[in-house]
Design a protein around this ligand. Structure first.
Ligand SMILES: [Zn+2]
Length: 230
């Protein structure tokens, strides 16, 4: 998608055309969700992103092209400064933002969204819920399809697609006593070896060490001396 160019704002009080709004590359944006998001599959054909019309219509390209998931939600973004209002947007939800949002009852919740450096070394969308509004006090959800169709320049889009890659497994490192301390130079896991295995291991180490010493004492002949012999 990535229509990141800064476009002029709709004036305060003016009628607003609902457009796809990606999380900005820099800074943060505060949004109120009016609905949950709906997903599509997006292909990258090497030149531009394409909305997937469905596996059937896509044909074999469907599996050839790089594919990612994109979601869109009817939402409002806070316009600070002279505006001081909540402007309607079709909020773009990336795969990483989806991971943050999933499981939440989104309608009426206010989130601060931004991008941060992800594991891939690229920027990833991130967000945290900062407030909650009574769902009865926010506008009704609106249709986000026209805004999405405009971006991809097509109406042939298969809606409500699920990501093809399973959700990330998120865990926290365990905090408990560490493994027994190991003597310097000892083979890890030595304690688990039998006396016989330990002796065999020491013997292996001795042989390797001797081999190293032997090689250092008798370095291989330089190339030119070999040439003289032959
Ligand atoms: Zn496809």
């Amino acid at each position: 998608m990535a229509k990141y160019k800064v476009r002029p704002e709709f004036a305060p009080g003016a009628t607003i055309i609902v457009e796809v709004y990606p999380v900005p590359r820099e800074g943060t944006v505060d949004v109120t969700f009016l609905s949950t998001f709906r997903g599509i599959m997006q292909h990258w054909d090497g030149k531009k992103p394409r909305a997937c019309p469905g596996e059937q219509e896509c044909g074999k390209e469907h599996f050839k092209w790089q594919t990612c998931w994109k979601g869109f939600a009817s939402a409002e973004r806070w316009r600070p400064g002279q505006y001081q209002d909540w402007a309607p947007i079709a909020l773009e939800v990336t795969e990483s933002l989806r991971e943050v949002l999933k499981g939440h009852e989104l309608r009426g919740t206010v989130w601060r969204l931004s991008r941060r450096l992800g594991r891939s070394g690229k920027s990833e969308c991130w967000g945290e819920q900062i407030a909650e509004v009574d769902p009865d006090l926010v506008p009704l959800p609106f249709d986000i399809e026209p805004a999405v169709c405009k971006v991809y320049k097509t109406t042939r889009i298969e809606w409500d697609a699920e990501p093809s890659i399973p959700a990330k497994v998120l865990l926290v490192a365990s905090r408990r006593a560490g493994p027994p301390a190991t003597a310097p130079g000892a083979t890890p896991g030595l304690a688990a070896m039998t006396e016989q295995e330990q002796e065999a291991d020491r013997e292996r180490s001795r042989k390797i060490l001797e081999e190293h010493k032997r090689r250092r004492a008798n370095p291989p002949a330089p190339i030119d001396s070999i040439a003289r012999i032959t």
